[in-house]
Design a binder for this molecule. Structure first.
Ligand SMILES: [Zn+2]
Length: 312
């Protein structure tokens, strides 16, 4: 556990290669605490319970809420355990609530993995494995709602983009933004990203543009280290460039072929090494590509028929 400023600590979870350290946060006052994104941090949740005790809090009675920026397993994996050890209200946006209610939907619908893919994901015990039971959220987060803990106020901003229900939480007094996976989920390369099949690349671009205009001094992602002051604009700018580069590359590769299915484009991207792609899980590139092509279709830049994409 490390203090970011009085009343806010970071709890570092597992190191998972490309994804850096999974990271959770605790906001607290004398007798109240909120946990943000209890993924597999602390394997899972024990480090968070220990941190609460060290802060002089009673996990059973003082944790009022568990806030989820979104429903991906690497960030909600510890929710069930902490729900049993606290009396917290579980909060998530409706767009991702189904991933808590029915965890298997993540591989079935958000990544659309075949049996081999699911099998290998279980086998490698990666950060996106789903090994927890159904949880019914207690509270559905809405855009612009305010969550209070002690004197701290957190504004919920629904961004979508990375997944349909992705939210960020803004604390204006200390200019803190809990950014989940909105800005960067591959800490060593802000241009590398993935979107699940409910996501939207245009929404992600809009969210980054919005964040670049906000007054933020602490950008606290769900992966790896906090970004402070000048480093924040660098991270946001690089992530934004990553989106443009991804879209441009997809358009260029599709134009070179004239028409293509997703698998062919995945192959072209891999062979040309033209895009920094997640190496940890092969399944993340096809989903990000499909979501990007859908967005380019809406913009009138490509068209699709029977699973074949055409350059315009
Ligand atoms: Zn995520």
């Amino acid at each position: 556990m490390s203090e970011i400023h009085p009343g806010l600590v970071r709890v570092r979870g597992k190191y998972v290669e490309d994804f850096g350290y999974l990271t959770s946060y605790i906001i607290y006052s004398n007798d109240e605490a909120v946990i943000i994104d209890p993924g597999t941090a602390g394997d899972p949740g024990d480090e968070i319970i220990e941190a609460l005790k060290k802060l002089g809090l009673n996990p059973k009675s003082d944790v009022i809420a568990i806030l989820c920026t979104h429903g991906h397993p690497d960030h909600v994996g510890g929710v069930g355990v902490l729900q049993r050890k606290t009396s917290a209200s579980i909060m998530i946006h409706e767009g991702d609530a189904m991933l808590l209610r029915e965890p298997s939907l993540f591989v079935k619908e958000r990544l659309r993995l075949d049996f081999a893919g699911r099998f290998s994901m279980k086998l490698e015990k990666g950060p996106l494995r789903v090994n927890y039971k159904s949880i019914e959220p207690d509270h559905i987060l809405r855009d612009d709602e305010v969550i209070s803990v002690g004197d701290t106020r957190l504004r919920v901003i629904h961004t979508g983009g990375h997944s349909a229900g992705h939210c960020v939480f803004y604390e204006p007094q200390n200019k803190v933004l809990f950014s989940g996976d909105c800005v960067n989920n591959f800490p060593n390369d802000p241009r590398k990203f993935y979107l699940d099949l409910s996501g939207d690349i245009a929404d992600r671009a809009r969210a980054l543009d919005m964040i670049s205009q906000m007054d933020v001094e602490y950008l606290l992602p769900a992966h790896d280290i906090p970004h402070l002051f000048g480093d924040i604009s660098l991270q946001v700018r690089e992530a934004r460039i990553g989106i443009n580069h991804f879209q441009d590359t997809v358009l260029r590769l599709l134009k070179a072929r004239g028409d293509s299915d997703i698998q062919q484009l995945v192959y072209d991207i891999e062979v040309s090494k033209s895009i920094p792609i997640p190496e940890a899980l092969d399944a993340l590139l096809p989903t990000t590509l499909e979501v990007t092509l859908s967005s380019l279709e809406k913009a009138g830049l490509v068209r699709q028929k029977d699973g074949i994409w055409y350059s315009i």
